[in-house]
Ligand binder design. Structure first.
Ligand SMILES: O=C(O)[C@@H](O)C(=O)COP(=O)(O)O
Ligand SMILES: [Zn+2]
Length: 215
């Protein structure tokens, strides 16, 4: 007889799988980054602090009640409040991924980019998965002011780049958040490769058309 896995068990396993996949492909390294996902009853699962995304234990993930109280598991990521702020602003979000992916971090260090939207719409897939990338000013990791700065920007965008730190991306599912974070990183890489070249991003008309088709 096949055992029926609970929603929570499946989500725990998915966080572990996504974390390992991101880590194995060098989207993050060491114990950087954190992942959270929300259950249909509003409870949240988060990666523990100082855990490598490449070696998570499903049984030790930190669990929060819908009200934001830590109820079980290891000591949570120091960015727990930041993840909660994303969920507050993005009512349809079921997952949040934060990474220290190198090319996105590099973008967060460049002077003179538009802080309301750091990257040009280079490809259709970027427009569909990310769309807009505002920057939150620098505050130390885990600082409540960082979470508040993200909350403000998350009102208009499911992706935010933390200055001198890395991206935070919300999605309707964990896979959606993962894919958007990967797309952001690859677009950051393209942007850096093309610095100094005359580039031809998508026009506003092309973006509007994409939103009509896939928005
Ligand atoms: O940059 C940091 O310190 C955190 O934002 C981070 O990425 C890892 O912190 P923990 O999730 O508390 O390990
Ligand atoms: Zn971080």
């Amino acid at each position: 007889m096949t055992a029926v896995l609970s929603e929570e068990t499946k989500l725990r396993d998915e966080i572990v799988t996504v974390g390992k996949s991101l880590f194995d492909r060098c989207f993050t390294f060491g114990s950087t980054g954190n992942i959270s996902a929300r259950l249909s009853n509003g409870d949240m699962l988060m990666t523990p602090t100082n855990a490598s995304l490449g070696a998570l234990d499903p049984a030790r993930l930190s669990k929060f009640s819908a009200e934001g109280v830590h109820v079980s598991g290891d000591k949570p990521t120091k960015e727990a409040f930041l993840h909660q702020c994303m969920y507050c602003e993005r009512s349809t979000a079921s997952a949040v991924v934060h990474l220290h992916s190198t090319n996105a971090v590099a973008i967060s260090l460049i002077e003179g980019l538009n802080p309301e939207d750091l990257l040009p719409p280079l490809t259709a897939y970027y427009v569909m998965r990310v769309g807009k990338l505002p920057m939150a000013p620098y505050f130390p990791p885990g600082d409540a002011a960082l979470a508040e700065a993200v909350r403000e920007r998350a009102r208009d965008s499911h992706a935010v780049l933390l200055a001198n730190h890395g991206p935070v991306v919300a999605g309707k599912s964990l896979r959606e958040a993962q894919y958007a974070t990967e797309e952001l990183e690859e677009t950051a890489k393209l942007f850096l490769m093309l610095r100094g070249e005359k580039i031809r991003p998508l026009t506003q008309e092309q973006r509007d058309d994409l939103m009509e088709r896939h928005g």
